[in-house]
Design a protein around this ligand. Structure first.
Ligand SMILES: Nc1ncnc2c1ncn2[C@@H]1O[C@H](COP(=O)(O)OP(=O)(O)O)[C@@H](O)[C@H]1O
Ligand SMILES: [Mg+2]
Ligand SMILES: [Zn+2]
Length: 336
């Protein structure tokens, strides 16, 4: 920790990075340091060429996408700087789990950031359970809903507005007005990032969100098996069509390590998401292992980033994912 702090101070004074000292820090501290380095130098060209986080061509493409965006149609959410959507083609691949840990991970790698979480999965909201929240949001003076807060993250979900037991049977128009409400009638306050947990698929809801608010980027979660990859690819195509930059792909559940003998098994196939990312020229944001603790803690409403912040095998991957997502967003907006 001491090394980390002294490195940080030196960085903030503007001197160059002490690589030897940096290497002695643990991974989490190292990520934070790299983050400060990136901030302190503000020299994106250097950062890109040394870290290789975004290749130049990708960057230019994204710049073009940014410019091509039809801004007049999109109205920003008051107080919210950047919207990051977490999407997937298929359900059950770990989108909500990732969205929650991404929001918490962003705050863990940079304490100065404020992050909110919007559950746009009106059919099967899972943020209330994952964030251990329930109850009805209060209304502000101007009749907007005030998010419920846990672990420092303001959250809004359809699950706060409907009864637990009632099945949500929606018709098209109702879904749209629910989404509209969640997008427009929530008093978020000042947020650096709003992480949106999207419903599965590439339908009207995804399109309507992408067209109604300026989305800084989409993170796409997939497991490495073929059926999921097919849908993930569809997701990438959809976001490209509506000019939402795809920040990258996250590979979830690539490997299961037996807690007894440490043997590794690739239950859903091996590295399919990484290969897809390479094939279609999208950044690979990172790997999250299939881990019993992730599932157990999720079910208890204690996300892994909060419950085991320093467990290397579990959390590091999520910090990396969080870190590379926000750096990619920052890069996009620095150059545009
Ligand atoms: N990396 C992981 N390790 C273990 N369990 C996971 C992991 N990712 C997700 N899960 C579990 O898989 C189930 C589906 O995850 P969820 O995030 O709800 O998927 P989605 O939002 O894509 O439908 C949940 O029970 C969750 O706890
Ligand atoms: Mg979900
Ligand atoms: Zn074993």
């Amino acid at each position: 920790m001491a090394i980390y702090l002294s490195c940080r101070d030196r960085l903030q004074e503007g001197s160059h990075l002490d690589v030897a000292a940096l290497w002695k820090c643990n991974v989490k501290a190292r990520l934070r340091l790299e983050f400060y380095f990136h901030r302190a130098t503000q020299n994106m060209e250097d950062f890109i060429s040394c870290g290789g986080l975004v290749d130049n061509k990708g960057l230019q493409d994204r710049q073009k996408q940014q410019m091509a965006r039809s801004l007049p149609k999109q109205k920003p959410i008051p107080g919210v700087k950047q919207v990051i959507v977490v999407a997937s083609g298929k359900g059950g691949v770990g989108k909500s789990t990732t969205a929650v840990n991404l929001a918490l991970g962003i705050m863990a790698v940079d304490h100065s950031k404020t992050v909110g979480l919007l559950d746009a999965d009106v059919y099967g909201p899972s943020i209330p359970k994952l964030m251990n929240l329930k109850g009805n949001p209060e209304l502000s003076d101007d009749n907007r809903m005030i998010p419920l807060i846990n672990y420092g993250v303001p959250c809004m979900s359809m699950g706060f507005l409907v009864e637990d037991t009632s099945p949500i049977v929606w018709r098209g128009l109702m879904v749209m007005s629910a989404i509209e409400r969640l997008l427009r009638q929530v008093q978020w306050g000042a947020l650096d990032y709003l992480v949106v947990d999207m419903p599965p698929g590439t339908g009207d809801v995804q399109l309507s969100i992408s067209q109604n608010i300026p989305v800084a980027g989409a993170v796409i979660v997939s497991t490495p098996q073929d059926v999921a990859l097919l849908d993930a690819r569809r997701g990438v195509e959809m976001f490209k069509k509506v000019n939402v930059p795809v920040l990258g792909l996250i590979q979830n559940m690539n490997v299961f390590q037996c807690p007894n003998c440490n043997h590794q098994t690739h239950i859903f196939g091996s590295d399919g998401v990484r290969q897809l990312a390479e094939k279609i020229g999208v950044k690979f944001l990172g790997d999250i292992p299939l881990h019993l603790t992730i599932r157990e803690m999720s079910d208890k409403g204690q996300p892994i980033v909060i419950s085991y912040p320093d467990s290397l095998e579990v959390s590091t991957s999520l910090y990396i994912v969080a870190f590379s997502s926000i750096v990619t967003v920052d890069l996009l907006f620095f150059v545009s």
